[in-house]
Design a protein around this ligand. Structure first.
Ligand SMILES: Cc1ncc(C[n+]2csc(CCOP(=O)(O)OP(=O)(O)O)c2C)c(N)n1
Ligand SMILES: [Mg+2]
Length: 738
């Protein structure tokens, strides 16, 4: 651990200017350039504020007071080489890395040509693919774990360079749509405010970076406030540096972030430490916030003039200007000239941006999913070919758990970009026990990943800390770089800490960056009840919370063969996928199958008719499939009612054509699902049936689902809560008789 501290109150003055004098390694020309960037940044804020007042733009977020640390970071790091996860105050950083004022104004007006988002995101939500500035969102702190994942990907590619190559011989999978680049000594930069350091994800990221000795620079831009909340109310003891000082493997810097030279020196040391592979660095920069939190905030409501005036004396733009004058780097004329040039440049940029075309309303659905690869297309239908291969051999029928494990193994053999991590997924973190054959290995609490670490090594299959947001956030960062993380959330009941990453990041990165970035992660999740003893926290469903998210594919197989075929499609496709595996089905006798071979794929959004019929249609999925089948067989035996049973297999996209064709034939529909009845997945199907097939229906659409309560431990209660074959039977009977 190394710590360097500079006194935030030290003046910038260094006397005795000489033409060839070096300023922390910066030349006089670079100092002038640094001032130009800082001044430009401030004046863009001023112009935007004016434009907002004139109602020509719709939002404003300033980087005022943060210019010196931004320019310092930008000069110490390399655009298009290092990777950047900035936050909204990093205008000066982005300018220093190469973003143009015109591009910033394009975002402010919401123009089609805005390179960050094509008019989809607020101003100051940076994203410049050419510069490796990764698309930024609004939740404070959700960028931090992704920066960690990004660093992990860089290290992985340098250790496994062949994995970065695109396989030859024509199209095979998502790899054809990802340009992978890596340097070997690259650094991931991530910044956040002092308030954001209270987010749990910040601490998960610090832990992961320290554990992995990853080359990440965390920059906390501490302006003393999070909107109106002062730092002493935010951070125990008032100093984030003090709180994080116990993290191992870090290099620490605490610096006056309004002083460009001290900031530059701190960043240089931090970057060197990271590039040399010692671990992460933490730069705590004390800055100011002279323009209130945003244009919607008036800080005079909670900060007295005396405090604001004290801050104003540290204004980085004025301080740097004074410094240049004192050092004789620029005289008053030179300063005036520079500022005039900047004003002229900004005027042209504003005028052009105000004339820029807005995006077309018809474009709103573009890039919700990959435009290159449709997982519902016939490209992913290899079922017939695989069946021919299997024919004649009569191999043993295997469980869903077996086939998921085998599919993962075969895909990992085929594609070196696949990494698997999560809680307990490795065989044994203490590798030496495996090597000495002292232990057999675990491979997941349900053993779905058993043997994978043994075969593919700890780089590719490893345990994560117990931190679900970190699992998804790191995976998102890795996938942004071109890796294919197939991560596991141990129980669906515990997916919720990752919800921010799933809802606000994973699913929306492609859309919000206007296809500038994508992150096709696969999240495998053990879901569902019928466990006799699973109780509230090991039995939850809740899939409709995820099918409600645009941009996320949701798959829910009911048998071994479908699990194998759909998992392979999930891995090879170019979209993020939530792959739901029902725990009760892992080792059931129902739905066992022989392994269909290493290329067996089922396209998304294609349902399966499990039991053909003519009298009524049952639409279901997951563990309700075998229960509904039992009920359908019974009602046919006893009443002669022929039920057409549809297993959706995939919930987003879902197979409306098969549902519609069946209901047009049977004129009666029952939607059955394990999740609680109200507001569930069946509501959407029922609404569509009512909307689009009203004339074809001879009876109201019915639903069978769990009661609107929680799954209880006592099996008698569990039976009463979850839909049983008899509930399905009774509903079928009632509907047939309607
Ligand atoms: C997760 C989340 N919670 C709340 C907000 C609303 N919000 C936006 S900025 C902000 C304060 C952030 O303060 P800080 O991290 O110190 O950054 P600063 O704006 O001071 O630079 C809040 C509460 C948000 N965007 N995201
Ligand atoms: Mg702050």
């Amino acid at each position: 651990m190394a710590t360097t501290k500079t006194d935030p109150k030290l003046p910038l003055a260094i006397n005795g200017a000489k033409k060839n004098k070096s300023y922390e390694g910066l030349t006089r020309d670079q100092l002038i350039q640094a001032y130009r960037l800082m001044y430009t940044s401030r004046r863009i804020d001023d112009r935007e504020i004016l434009l907002k007042r004139q109602q020509k733009i719709f939002f404003q977020m300033s980087g005022a007071g943060h210019e010196a640390i931004g320019v310092a970071a930008g000069l110490a790091l390399r655009p298009g080489y290092d990777w950047f996860y900035p936050y909204y105050r990093d205008r000066a950083l982005c300018l220093t890395l190469g973003a143009k004022p015109y591009e910033m104004f394009l975002q402010a007006v919401g123009a089609a040509d805005d390179p960050s988002s094509g008019g989809r995101q607020m101003p100051s939500h940076w994203g410049y693919p050419k510069l490796n500035i990764v698309t930024q969102s609004s939740p404070t702190g959700s960028q931090i774990l992704q920066a960690v994942g990004c660093a992990e990907a860089g290290r992985y590619f340098s250790r496994h360079p062949l994995s970065a190559e695109v396989p030859g011989g024509g199209f095979t999978d998502y790899r054809h749509f990802k340009n992978v680049s890596f340097q070997g000594d690259e650094v991931s930069y991530v910044s956040l405010g002092d308030g954001t350091s209270s987010e749990g994800e910040f601490w998960e990221a610090m832990n992961a970076a320290a554990l992995g000795k990853l080359p990440v620079i965390f920059c906390v831009e501490d302006n003393g406030y999070a909107i109106s909340v002062p730092v002493e109310v935010q951070t125990a003891g008032g100093s984030i540096s003090r709180l994080v000082s116990g993290f191992p493997n870090f290099h620490f810097e605490e610096v006056d972030g309004t002083d460009p030279l001290a900031s530059y020196a701190a960043f240089r040391r931090a970057a060197r430490y990271c590039r040399e592979g010692h671990g992460p660095a933490f730069v705590h920069a004390h800055v100011i916030r002279p323009y209130s939190h945003s244009l919607s905030d008036d800080e005079r409501l909670y900060r007295p003039d005396s405090e604001r005036e004290r801050d104003a004396q540290r204004d980085p733009v004025t301080r740097t200007q004074m410094f240049l004058l004192r050092e004789g780097v620029l005289d008053e004329k030179g300063i005036n000239q520079l500022e005039k040039e900047v004003e002229a440049e900004l005027q042209i940029a504003v005028d052009l941006a105000l004339e820029a075309l807005p995006p077309a309303p018809e474009s709103v659905m573009n890039f919700v999913y990959s435009p290159d690869l449709d997982p519902a297309s016939s490209t992913f239908d290899t079922q017939a070919a695989a069946e021919v291969q299997v024919e004649g051999k009569k191999p043993a029928a295997k469980t869903m758990a077996d086939l998921i494990n085998t599919t993962l193994r075969d895909e990992m053999r085929r594609d070196e970009r696949i990494v698997i991590f999560g809680e307990d997924v490795a065989d044994c973190s203490r590798e030496e026990y495996l090597k000495q054959k002292l232990v057999k290995g675990k491979g997941g609490v349900f053993k779905l990943t058993f043997g994978l670490q043994n075969e593919f090594g700890t780089d590719r299959v490893f345990n994560s800390p117990l931190a679900e947001a970190a699992i998804v956030g790191r995976a998102t960062g890795m996938a942004t770089r071109g890796l294919k993380p197939v991560v596991e959330i141990q129980f669906f009941d515990y997916i919720w800490p990752a919800m921010m990453q799933i809802r606000d990041e994973l699913s929306v990165i492609r859309w919000r960056s206007n296809n500038g970035y994508s992150c096709p992660v696969v999240i495998r999740v053990a879901i569902g009840g019928y466990l006799t003893g699973g109780a509230i926290y090991h039995s939850q469903c809740g899939e409709s919370a995820f099918t409600h998210i645009p941009g996320l594919r949701v798959v829910f197989p009911s048998n071994a063969l479908d699990a194998a075929g759909l998992l392979r499609t999930a891995i090879r496709c170019d979209d993020p996928v939530l792959f739901l595996e029902h725990k009760r089905l892992y080792r059931e006798t129902f739905g066992r199958a022989a392994y269909p071979g290493p290329d067996y794929m089922i396209p998304f959004g294609k349902a399966k008719i499990v039991h053909p019929g003519t009298d009524l249609t049952v639409i279901t999925y997951g563990a309700v499939v075998p229960r509904a089948l039992q009920a359908a067989q019974k009602i046919e035996r006893e009443q002669g009612v022929k039920v057409e049973l549809i297993d959706l297999r995939c919930l987003n996209p879902f197979d409306w054509e098969t549902i519609a064709a069946s209901v047009a034939k049977t004129n009666r529909a029952l939607v059955a699902y394990e999740d609680t009845l109200s507001w569930g997945y069946g509501a959407e199907i029922a609404a569509r049936l009512a909307d689009q097939l009203f004339d074809q229906l001879d009876a109201p659409v019915r639903r069978v689902a769990a009661k609107d309560t929680f799954v209880a431990y006592q099996p008698i209660l569990e039976d009463a809560i979850l839909p049983q074959p008899n509930d399905l039977y009774l509903a079928m009977k009632e509907l047939a008789e309607y």
